[in-house]
Design a protein around this ligand. Structure first.
Ligand code: ATP
Length: 134
């Protein structure tokens, strides 16, 4: 059986998770990053998406909207712009955000507004994915 490592997820408001995990899969800017115990040191950019980790063989999910991941000395630290554990995600709010963003994209506003709507859409989709609502 593979070993475990300390997984910490921090958002601006504070620590979202601090646990022992067997595996973590994070949305890296250049693709998914999978980390097991005793991984070599690493710093990576993360994008909007879902962080999946396993604990006692069970997969848990956290939605993040980008940030950084540091791997060092059998500890993985994720510093995220926003982070919510699946069970604390308000599904109705994420669905409303998704519909608002899709409406803005259909209305084809200024380029800045379109980019903002695309990013908001990605955040809402990540939240819905983390709760298995997509
Ligand atoms: P909304 O339009 O619903 O506010 P948003 O994508 O603009 O969504 P953010 O700016 O990413 O929201 O997040 C603001 C704060 O609200 C953060 O602390 C984030 O963790 C929290 N948050 C956003 N959406 C949800 C949600 N659906 N469930 C729980 N927390 C959420």
């Amino acid at each position: 059986m593979a070993g475990t490592f300390n997984l910490v997820v921090v958002a601006p408001a504070g620590e979202v998770l601090n646990t022992e995990a067997e595996f973590v899969l994070a949305p890296g800017a250049e693709g998914e990053l999978g980390i097991l115990a005793n991984h070599a040191p690493l710093i990576a950019n993360l994008v909007i998406g879902v962080v999946r980790y396993t604990q006692d063989g069970k997969v848990e999910k956290i939605a993040i909207s980008g940030g950084f991941m540091e791997v060092a000395q059998n500890k993985v630290t994720i510093l995220a712009d926003t982070a919510e554990r699946a069970e604390s995600i308000d599904v109705d709010r994420a669905e409303a955000a998704k519909e608002r963003a899709e409406k803005r994209l259909r209305e084809k506003q200024s380029e800045t507004d379109m980019i903002r709507a695309e990013v908001a859409l990605k955040r809402s989709l990540a939240r819905l994915r983390a709760t298995d609502k997509l």
